[in-house]
Design a protein around this ligand. Structure first.
Ligand code: KG4
Ligand code: ZN
Length: 329
């Protein structure tokens, strides 16, 4: 069964065809990153407008690369939240039109749930529940216990900045441009064992995250308010190490406390090389991390998750609206 997945929740126009929820036949991502880079971050209005001309070519290319036509597709799965309202509207309305015109079921997908399903695309491993999921992206840092398909319990979240947001803000402080995550990842590679140690936030709720204090600390160091300024690579590496340590320590603690059988890491920040390496190294449980291209936003994860939702009978009416603040668990 082939599902067409469509994703427009932020600044990527993406479409993909996935067979039986696991086998990726195509995945096309048109990134607007250059358009937003000059503003230092995603501008919602520009993102929404840019999805419009990109939508049809991206979907056409996804079908072409999968060597299939719309008549071969069993359903159209689309992100309806969370994300930027205007951006989500473009993908959802396009998917509605396509589903209506081709008499296909319209399957609504929660973007965060989509990130999780990226873990099983083109992999041998089967889902093993309960699984501890760490979703770290530009907008979210969630620790979730996945008890079964479609059954989630949110254990923790960020109380201020999301992990990706912290990477982006610190990159700006270091003059590295947008998006900051990949730039910090690269620069930190030049200082593999930083001597500088930055603090880890301590919170009352053990599975919650906080990154704004760390960002302020970096800001003070950059401004010379904390004595001699270290090299930018040293600072980037120390920041990255602090974020990774918090994420991994809390994920492993939650997995042990809740008897998880598998750990899943996903979302854009899961593309971070140190986070991937440290989690695998410290985890006593099997760790599933999608390849970097499936960690950042894509249509394949929406198609994969959509397959599951379709099997569960989750078909939307054509008056479904976007849910920019949608959560998981
Ligand atoms: O999941 P995603 O593509 O979009 C959202 O749903 O937000 O995540 C984007 C975020 C950005 O903040 C970006 O800086 C971060 O993921 N990111 C990284 C890396 N690649 C992307 N953060 C750290 N290291 C990376 N290699
Ligand atoms: Zn995302």
């Amino acid at each position: 069964m082939k599902i067409l997945g469509i994703e427009t929740s932020c600044d990527e126009t993406a479409a993909a065809v996935v067979e039986d929820g696991r086998r990726m036949l195509s995945s096309v991502v048109s990134s607007q990153v250059e358009l937003h880079a000059r503003y230092g971050g995603v501008v919602p209005e520009i993102a929404a407008r840019q999805h419009v001309p990109a939508m049809i070519p991206v979907v056409q290319e996804a079908l072409d690369r999968a060597s299939c036509r719309l008549s071969d597709v069993a359903a159209v799965a689309v992100t309806y939240g969370p994300g930027l309202a205007g951006a989500l509207l473009v993908g959802l309305n396009f998917a509605k039109a396509l589903a209506y015109a081709c008499s296909l079921p319209l399957v609504p997908v929660n973007h965060l749930e989509g990130h999780i399903y990226a873990a099983w695309i083109d992999r041998e491993e089967e889902p093993d529940f309960p699984a501890l999921v760490l979703i770290v992206s530009g907008g979210h840092s969630d620790l979730v216990l996945m008890e079964d398909h479609g059954r989630y319990q949110r254990l923790g979240q960020t109380v201020d900045d999301a992990a990706g947001e912290a990477f982006d803000k610190v990159a700006r402080l270091l003059g590295l441009g947008f998006p900051g995550g990949p730039a910090i990842d690269r620069l930190a590679g030049a200082a593999p064992s930083p001597r500088l140690r930055l603090p880890r936030a301590r919170l009352d709720r053990p599975y919650d995250f906080s990154f704004s204090g760390l960002k302020t600390k970096v800001q003070r160091i950059v401004r010379g308010e904390e004595g001699e300024k270290p090299e930018a690579a040293e600072l980037a590496a120390a920041f990255q190490e602090s974020v990774v340590d918090s994420l991994v320590t809390k994920a492993l603690q939650a997995a042990a406390d809740r008897g998880a059988r598998q750990i899943i890491l996903s979302g854009g920040v899961a593309a971070n090389s140190l986070l991937r390496a440290v989690l695998v190294q410290r985890s006593p449980l099997p760790v599933l991390v999608p390849p970097p291209a499936l960690c950042t936003d894509n249509g394949a994860m929406i198609a994969a998750c959509g397959h599951r939702r379709l099997l569960a009978g989750d078909i939307a009416r054509l008056d479904i609206d976007v849910q920019p603040g949608l959560r998981i668990g």
